[in-house]
Structure formats: C-alpha cells, structure tokens
Write a protein that binds this ligand. Structure first.
Ligand code: SAH
Length: 508
C-alpha cells in the first residue's frame, strides 16, 4: 500500500493575556503536539517550554509598527508548513478572534485546502479589567459591553470608528490598542457627546507580574498616561464599573508585585517555586541553568545492581527528591512487587525528599532538623549504631562526600549508587537569557551550588542592583567563592524558606 501523506493542520490558539494559568488545557495540548509553533509578541514565551524539543519555533512579531514578519508572510508561512504535512500551532495573545486576525488566517487556510481549528483563549478585554479589580459588567452599573479598537490602518482616509456611536452607547466600553492615540481618541469621544467625567482606567501588561493600572476620567486619562509615561500594551476600560476597583482590587496589592524574580533550577523542578512566587505577585523569569540526567552508563549500571539488591540493606539514604525518583524508576524496572524492597529503613535529608518518598507511599525513619548532609550524618552517629550496618546512599555524581566519609568513619558498610548527574542546561526555548540581559531582574534565586556555577558559565551580565538569594549554606558558599554578593540566605533550607527570603528582600 502506498504510504499515505500525513495531512497537516493548523491550530489557531488563544494564549490568554499572559498569566500562564490562563492558558486553556486544549491550548497546551496543541503546543505539545506541534511540529511548528508560530508565536507573537503578546503570547507568553514561557509556553514554548511545552513544545517538543525538536519542534520549530518561529517568532512572528509584533509590536505595533515593528512586525517581525508582515501579516501576509505569516499567512503564507502557516499554509506552507501545514502543506508539508506538519502540525502547526499558531499562538496568539488573548483570544485569536478578538482583534487577533484569526479569522483572516483561517480564511487563507481554508482557501489553501488546509484543515484548521480555533482554540479560543481568555481575552485581555475581559481578563485585563478583571485583574485590575474591574468587572466589565455589573448589575449596578451596566447591562451592555462594547469592545472597540483604538488602532486603525493609518493609511485609511476616513476613520471607520464611529465615535458618535461609541460615545453614546450605554454601559461599559473596552478599548484595545489605543494607548498611542489616547489624546485623539478621548477628545473624539468628548466631542461626540461622552460625559468627560466618566471614569476610565488603563491596565498595562495585565495579568502578568508587570501589571500596572492608572485611573482617571475620559478627560484626564491622556494627561495622566503622559505624566506617568504609561505605554502600550494596555486595555482601556470606560464606565462606572471602574469605581469597583476601589474595593475589588485583588491582584495588585501583593507583596512581590512588580518584582522580577529569576528561578535558575531545572525546568522540571521550577514549577513549585515559580508558582509560589507568582502567587505573591512576582514577575517570574524561569531561566534554568542546570538539567538533571541519568548518570553515565558505567555508574548507572552499578547503581541499578544495587537497587535490585535494595532488600539486603538495613538503611536506604536519600539526599534529594531526584534520588528518590531515580531509585524507584530503577526499582520498578526490575521488580513487580513493592514488598520486594524488604524491611530496610529510610533516611531523608529534608522535607522535599520526604515528600517525594511519600509520593511512592514510603515513610521516613530518620530526618535531621537542619536539612544538610552534615546534620544527617550527625543524626546517624547519635541515634543508631552505625557500625557494621549496611547502607545504600542514592546520590548524584557530583555530591559532596561528607556523608559517606563520616558514615564510613563510624563503621558503616556503605554502598554509593550514583544515580544521576547535574549538567548545564544548553537549551533556552523561551528566550529567557536574552530577556534577563535586555530587561534585567530584581532578585535571582539559587537552589544549589551547581545552579550558581552553571549560571556563571553562561557568561551573562548581572543586571545592576540585582539581589541574590540562596537556599542554604552550601549554595551561599558557592556564591561567595565566585565573589558574588549574597543578599540573603533562607532560614529554612527549602523552597518555602527561599520564598520567605525573597519576601524579606522585597521589603527592603
Ligand atoms: N487577541 C487579543 C488582542 C490582540 S490586539 C486579546 O483577545 O486579548 C493587541 C492589544 O491587546 C494590545 O494592544 C492591548 O491593547 C491588548 N492586550 C493584549 N494583551 C494584553 C495584556 N496582557 N495587557 C494589556 N493589554 C493587552
């Protein structure tokens, strides 16, 4: 049978207004499926991390006036790639069909005989006001919502925006793309009969850690924008609902608001720290400097043999959540039955490792109060008779040897299984390093000595005034060894402790 040619498809996906939590599940799926991802200026670049490593990522622009690829070229590109049988995901800020040209792109795809799907997104027209504490409709204020664009093709001779109609429409009005022409637009509305004292707000980079809102009236807002140097992209809201912000402003009073915080740990491990920081209002820049991978073949083979013999040890020792994952991955490759782990006892260095063990339904028999290897060694020395006790320590290739040397000193029969290693992260699909250099950051977090070392290997310029937060003493030492200035060390050497430290820095 002749091989059937794979049929291409184009997903026109709304990427939401910026907050990663506002992407739809279907949208995420389309990014994961894609052979080609075409994204623009307003779609959050962090979503690109969901793309397959071999997917082609194409930036299509655009800031107004500064298009990376002109619209005709984008349409052509989508058609061309899909014609090659590829799955193309076109990411657009907000909703693809709300001033997003999704309709035009779909039209061209249909004309070229290419299948497409619309995946709606959360539009900035609704989400922007919501994150500024402004409900676009409210029974006390209005029963109508008008959405219009403040931007038009500048070559048009006559304005197609009927200001008369907008000025006289009841209810809330939401305008996109109007910041650059704000004085002309607000004057046109007043000239067309709008009440100059109608409340008006502008929300910039809504739903992100950089969100900023100004409020005034139709008459005053253009001046306020000028004085505060308020720039696009912004959503404008006009109407009585703007007043609700006084009581409903839920997003902007959070402690890390407006602070850009860099997370350098592995992409896989970033999410917990990033989420906590985002919930506190930070603009999180995930810039992974390291990646965890299996140890080299020889080490791994040795480790796998020890795992098969796990039931022969009296103690299993885990000093990181990664170690737990690698251990059970190897264990269940060799064993069918959880009971085959035998009667060994389990030691964990800290709560993160303990929590990871709990995911595998494993309890912990020993954990030190301070979560470093020295304290774990001390606890063994004081709490159990270590002499002639068989132990398996599941470790990283580059782990410090303080634990093993002290346990061996105390007479333990210790095997060390090298399960994984830390290597520099070479990929940067989200362009985070460029953003770090171009836009700077307020605080950078380090969660291990290797994140510090690999960060320095990247040779990036430290932005002026940036403050360094460390998770614990070993990481701090690496920072000081590199002659960097340490601003704070977490009191509790875990993620909640580090978040506390960042909060502390933000107060300064
Ligand atoms: N399809 C998009 C709108 C695209 S037009 C949507 O549904 O949201 C581009 C305009 O959208 C910008 O000029 C700005 O007015 C607005 N916009 C998009 N994202 C925004 C954001 N996060 N904050 C403020 N305005 C935004």
């Amino acid at each position: 049978m002749a091989e059937q040619k794979k049929q291409g498809i184009c997903y026109l996906v709304g990427a939401g207004p910026g907050d990663p939590g506002l992407m739809t599940l279907r949208g995420k799926e389309c990014i994961e499926l894609a052979d080609v991802v075409v994204y623009d200026y307003l779609s959050n670049p962090d979503f690109l991390q969901w793309a397959r490593p071999d997917a082609e990522l194409i930036y299509a622009g655009k800031k107004s006036k500064n298009h990376a690829i002109p619209q005709g070229g984008i349409n052509q590109l989508l058609v061309e790639k899909a014609k090659q049988g590829k799955i193309v995901t076109r990411l657009k800020g907000g909703d693809p069909l709300v001033f997003g040209r999704g309709g035009e792109e779909a039209g061209e795809l249909v004309e070229a005989g290419i299948k497409f799907e619309f995946v709606p997104g959360i539009s900035s027209t609704i989400a922007g006001p919501a994150y500024a504490g402004i409900p676009v409709t409210h029974r006390d204020h209005c029963s109508q919502l008008t959405i219009f664009t403040g931007h038009e093709d500048p070559t048009k001779e006559e304005s197609s925006i009927d200001y008369q109609q907008i000025a006289n429409a009841p209810g809330t009005k939401v305008m996109l793309m109007g910041v650059e022409r704000l004085p002309i637009i607000t004057q046109s509305l007043i000239d067309s009969g709008a009440d100059p004292d109608t409340p008006m707000a502008l929300v910039r980079w809504a739903t992100t850690g950089q969100q900023k809102t100004i409020t005034g009236t139709i008459k005053t807002i253009a001046d306020i924008a000028k004085k505060t140097n308020f720039k696009a992209p912004a959503v404008a809201v006009i109407g009585g609902v703007v007043g609700c912000r006084e009581t409903l402003n839920w997003f902007e009073d959070r402690p890390l608001r407006g602070k850009r915080v860099v997370v350098t740990r592995t992409r896989k491990q970033s999410s917990k720290l990033s989420r906590q920081l985002r919930e506190l209002g930070a603009d999180v820049l995930e810039m992974p400097t390291i990646r965890i991978m299996r140890s080299d073949d020889d080490d791994y083979r040795e480790f796998a043999k020890m795992v098969i013999e796990a039931h022969t040890y009296e103690w299993l020792i885990f000093t990181s959540p990664n170690a737990v994952e690698y251990f059970f991955d190897a264990f269940y490759k060799a064993r069918e039955d959880a009971r085959e782990i035998g009667g060994c006892r389990i030691a964990a260095v800290g709560p993160g490792t303990k929590a990871k063990l709990a995911e595998y339904h494993m309890g912990v028999d020993m954990m030190p109060d301070i979560h470093v290897a020295e304290e774990l060694a001390a606890k063994f020395e004081s709490d159990v008779s270590v002499e002639n006790t068989t132990m398996l320590w599941v470790r990283a290739k580059d782990a410090r040897d303080v634990l093993s040397s002290r346990l061996i000193e105390a007479g333990a029969i210790l095997d060390e299984g090298i399960a994984y290693q830390t290597v520099p992260e070479t990929e940067d699909p989200t362009g985070s390093r460029k953003r770090f250099e171009n836009e700077g950051a307020d605080i950078i977090t380090f969660t291990s000595a290797s994140t510090v070392e690999c960060f320095l290997d990247l040779g990036l310029e430290m932005p002026a005034g940036i403050k360094i937060a460390s998770i614990g003493p070993i990481t701090s030492q690496a920072i000081l060894d590199e002659e960097l200035e340490l601003a704070i060390e977490a009191k509790s050497h875990d993620i909640p402790g580090l978040v506390e430290a960042v909060l502390e820095l933000a107060k300064e």
